[in-house]
Ligand binder design. Structure first.
Ligand code: SF4
Length: 250
């Protein structure tokens, strides 16, 4: 962040004061932001993926990297006709590493992917079509239970678990990330070091439990963070949320 941006950032005391804003007021504000983003950026149609399984794989691979790198890894798996649970479980480790290499941290991600696959294989059940895991089998479980189970999978953190829940399993679980923290803290709505679960609660307590709304809201936040709310040079003057800055633009 630039020196000027640092100087103008809302101090933590002010941030926590706004965080205690009554839920109705917060709900109104979050809806106004959502509408402003949607109007300016248009619908996101997330998450890219030909199947819920592909979306779940993408959610693991996108950890600490840009989506374009994930696309290369997914394309490599598709070229090998291996983007299905049975093929991935069978694939020799070295070959899986090579396919995932473009997404970075490929050894770590291969292990995490296998852990998630093992969870699906145990809990989701196999479909009639060979190689297909029927993720719909997970429908019998409540969202809270699924989230607890996903969080218990080694290497699956809260952001990945929520992305799998929301985008692969169609569950209303709000996803927050570094962009969310940056944008909302720059506006003084949350402290800059707010914990993941608190930030998620910030949204889930103020918004209706609506899968489509959560899906689009997170997607818009990521697009905003990528195009306007840059880490070191936020483009407040052109930003769709510029009108909501109650102090000088950063
Ligand atoms: S106006 Fe936009 S760019 Fe500026 S801090 Fe807010 S979200 Fe970031």
């Amino acid at each position: 962040m630039s020196r000027r941006a640092k100087t103008l950032a809302v101090p933590p005391a002010a941030a926590s004061a706004v965080f205690s804003m009554p839920p109705e007021q917060r709900s109104e504000l979050l809806r106004a932001w959502y509408l402003a983003l949607l109007e300016r950026l248009g619908p996101s149609r997330w998450w890219p993926g030909e199947s819920p399984f592909e979306v779940a794989v993408g959610a693991v691979l996108v950890q600490n990297t840009a989506w374009r790198n994930v696309e290369k890894a997914l394309a490599s798996l598709k070229a090998k006709k291996a983007l299905d649970p049975a093929s991935l479980l069978r694939m020799p480790e070295a070959e899986l590493h090579e396919a995932l290499r473009p997404s970075g941290y490929f050894r770590l991600k291969a292990g995490r992917l296998r852990n998630l696959l093992a969870y699906f294989a145990e809990h989701a059940g196999w479909d009639k079509a060979p190689g297909n895991l029927a993720l719909s089998f997970l429908k019998r479980k409540s969202t809270e239970r699924l989230r607890r189970e996903l969080l218990a999978v080694k290497g699956i953190g809260a952001e990945t678990a929520d992305a799998v829940l929301l985008y692969a399993l169609d569950r209303p679980s709000f996803v927050v990330d570094a962009y969310t923290r940056r944008i909302f803290s720059r506006h003084g709505l949350v402290p800059p070091d707010i914990a993941y679960e608190d930030l998620r609660e910030f949204f889930m307590r103020a918004l209706p439990e609506d899968r489509a709304l959560y899906n689009e809201y997170h997607a818009l936040i990521v697009r905003l963070g990528n195009a306007f709310c840059l880490k070191s040079r936020p483009r407040c003057a052109e930003c769709p949320l510029g009108v909501f800055m109650d102090h000088a633009p950063l």
